[in-house]
Design a protein around this ligand. Structure first.
Ligand SMILES: Nc1ncnc2c1ncn2[C@@H]1O[C@H](COP(=O)(O)OP(=O)(O)OP(=O)(O)O)[C@@H](O)[C@H]1O
Length: 660
């Protein structure tokens, strides 16, 4: 970063290209993002205004918070507001606020870098997208969105309480310049003024009704007044414009948003559209909320809550650093969005909690350990869960969408919050061998005769799970098996939980004994037929063990298989196969070796018996290895030595063909 301000920089004139301004490059991600935005045509450009207004509102919020400790910051201009000024003659749109402002270093840091997680992934998707407007809205590129509509931007800012103001300028290419604001500084006693030199095709944003439309759609519930100011004498006199703008009078700023703390209003006053709008303006979202929860807690503590579950996912949902982003207000003053008002497994929930009781001057750090906050967190978590339960019972489809989008995150609660386990298991929806969206209550209600456990199989891919031979014996007995494909499933299932007294049991771990559960009719006939062809178990097992050595911890006759020849399972005590795979990926493998189970009625297993009985040790070993390797492949793994596997297979097939 170039950081050499010449001593006379303060004398530079801000309006002309400044020879003495400091020039700074953008952080690489920002440069790339700007390049994509400047060189592509995105149709949903409205987001830029929402982002600038939201930044302005944050700046007002932050000043109000700082003024708790230093009231003098607010004293000479206590009415926080946002002003939008379209100037047709100059082709500029100005968004200004009298909030906290930025000093020189903040201008450089905040408007030169982007520190959000998921930025790389987002840029890659944006580069591929045909029209990235929606993506930009979802991700929230913030201030930089302004370069969708402007080819030059000047930001003048004065930090509250500071003597100096600075100007930041950029055309959105490689970098930006920063210098003292010079003469223009006098016009800005506090806060930030952003002047957008609009591109030709974005001049519609100079029309008052266009600005109002966007503000109504996305920013109506911003708490501070948004004033629209049409400069006197600057309106271009277009008759049609004037007619459309109604009684727009140049020169007199007028408020164009409701500016109410919507969460403080009573439920009966608000319509679904109001909630959608509040969701969009508070949470910076574009979609509809899937669930809205609005209530006021009274009693030991009193606070208003307005929460939303989005209907679509977010970029950083699985970022370990992502916390819940509820905004905490105290008596309408924004305090922080980092007060951990919900546990991390509800981190997709957005909205506002406004407390009447918390002290305003509590530092953000102290909030973390505050017992009142802890009590609120517990109560709000309970409310969110009961709201989800109520949606699940009243509107199964809507709940299914919520679960599909966020279920994997909610399931983290199973190990993070033991007290909520029963409730979370009650909400959980599963894909099973009996269908989709199955609940555990349904599973337990439809247990087969003598079935005492809830069976599951975990893996990465649903289709591969469905085809997994470990399901065969369960299928033959009509036993339902949950098919778990979220990485988190490998973790919570290792906790040995139960639901309504029934434990969870993996089909790829330890012994399974289905013998007490009666076979389905057609399976019974097949089993009887197969029993006649069964081989001498002990000799097959001995031959296979000899061939595989310490690749496996044991070789057993399988209760799980009916059609396939072999499968690999975890021993009874180590981690389940899927958990072991997950740990191995993180280099934390437990080092336990699997058990190979053989279907004693399968022809290939019979062949091992024959070859080893005839003294053909090589052939028996080849077949044993093949059984082991196919079991690996069926679990989605590669054989340890793929080349040797291919050669072995070729050898056996060629010999088989020759014997014809
Ligand atoms: N009007 C403003 N007044 C004061 N600071 C501002 C203003 N606009 C932007 N900033 C500062 O610049 C930073 C970057 O803004 P930007 O819009 O890029 O991202 P953000 O607001 O932090 O993130 P997001 O848009 O995802 O909420 C802000 O966090 C804030 O510190």
């Amino acid at each position: 970063m170039t950081d050499a301000a010449p001593p006379d920089a303060s004398e530079a004139t801000p309006a002309s290209p400044a020879p003495h301004a400091e020039v700074h490059p953008f952080q690489a991600e920002v440069a790339e993002l700007l390049h994509l935005m400047v060189h592509s045509v995105y149709s949903e450009t409205d987001v830029f205004l929402r982002e600038l207004i939201s930044n302005a509102s944050d700046a007002c919020d932050r000043l109000r918070y700082e003024a708790i400790a230093r009231p003098e910051l607010l004293a000479d201009d206590p009415d926080l507001k946002i002003r939008i000024t379209p100037d047709k003659a100059a082709g500029t749109l100005t968004v200004a606020d009298n909030g906290v402002g930025m000093d020189r270093q903040e201008l450089i840091d905040n408007l030169g870098t982007i520190a959000r997680s998921g930025t790389r992934a987002f840029i890659a998707r944006l580069a591929e997208a045909k029209d990235g407007g929606g993506l930009i809205g979802q991700f929230g590129v913030g201030f930089y969105a302004a370069f969708m509509v402007a080819d030059r931007i000047e930001v003048t800012s004065r930090r509250a309480g500071a003597d100096e103001a600075f100007v930041w300028r950029s055309t959105g290419s490689a970098g930006f310049e920063v210098e003292p604001a010079g003469a223009h500084a006098a016009a800005l006693p506090r806060g930030t003024e952003i002047v957008l030199h609009l591109k030709e095709d974005a001049r519609k944003y100079l029309e008052p009704w266009e600005i109002e439309r966007v503000v109504h759609a996305y920013s109506d519930h911003i708490q501070f007044p948004i004033m629209l100011a049409v400069p006197a004498g600057k309106a271009d006199g277009d008759e049609a414009d004037e007619a459309k703008a109604g009684d727009e009078k140049a020169g007199e700023p007028r408020q164009i948003n409701t500016a109410s703390a919507v969460w403080q209003r009573s439920k009966s006053e608000l319509k679904p559209e109001d909630y959608t709008q509040a969701y969009r303006s508070i949470c910076g979202a574009f979609d509809e909320p899937a669930v809205t929860l609005h209530y006021r807690a009274e009693g030991r503590q009193s606070y208003a809550v307005l929460l939303f579950v989005p209907s679509s996912s977010m970029f950083d949902l699985y970022d370990p650093a992502r916390k819940s982003h509820l905004k905490l207000y105290v008596r309408r003053v924004y305090i922080t969005d980092d007060a951990s008002l919900l546990p991390s497994w509800l981190r997709f929930v957005r909205g506002v909690v406004d407390s009447e009781d918390l002290p305003l001057n509590l530092s953000r750090e102290m909030l973390q350990n505050n017992p009142q906050v802890a009590a609120m967190r517990k109560a709000i978590t309970g409310k969110v869960l009961s709201e989800l339960e109520s949606v699940a019972s009243k509107d199964a489809d809507r709940f299914a969408t919520v679960w599909e989008t966020f279920g994997a995150v909610i399931k983290e609660g199973l190990y993070e919050e033991p007290d909520r386990r029963e409730q979370i298991l009650g909400l959980a929806r599963f894909t099973s061998t009996r269908g989709e969206r199955r609940t555990l209550a349904q599973y337990v209600a439809e247990l087969r005769e003598n079935q005492t456990e809830i069976y599951y199989l975990a893996g990465e891919d649903l289709d591969r799970l469905k085809a997994n031979p470990k399901l065969e014996a369960a299928k033959a007995r009509g036993i339902e098996v949950l098919l778990l494909t979220d990485p988190v499933d490998a973790l919570w299932t290792s906790l040995r939980l139960d639901f309504q007294g029934k434990g969870f049991k993996s089909l790829s771990q330890g012994e399974v004994d289905f013998s007490l559960v009666p076979l389905a009719e057609e399976a019974r006939a097949e089993a009887e037929k197969a029993a006649e062809t069964a081989v001498d178990e002990a000799s097959v097992i001995a031959a296979v063990k000899l061939a595989l050595g310490d690749r496996v911890s044991d070789v057993k006759a399988s209760q799980r298989l009916t059609d396939s020849a072999a499968c690999l399972v975890a021993g009874g005590f180590g981690p389940d196969r899927e958990l072991e795979r997950l740990l191995a990926k993180q280099n934390r493998s437990s080092g336990t070796r699997p058990v190979l189970e053989l279907n004693m009625r399968h022809a290939l297993v019979g062949a091992v018996a024959r070859e080893s009985g005839a003294g053909h040790a090589h052939e028996a070993a080849d077949l044993a290895m093949l059984l082991f390797e196919q079991a690996q492949i069926l679990d989605g793994e590669l054989p340890d030595d793929p080349a040797a596997f291919a050669m072995r297979l070729n050898r056996l097939v060629t010999r088989g063909l020759a014997a014809h």
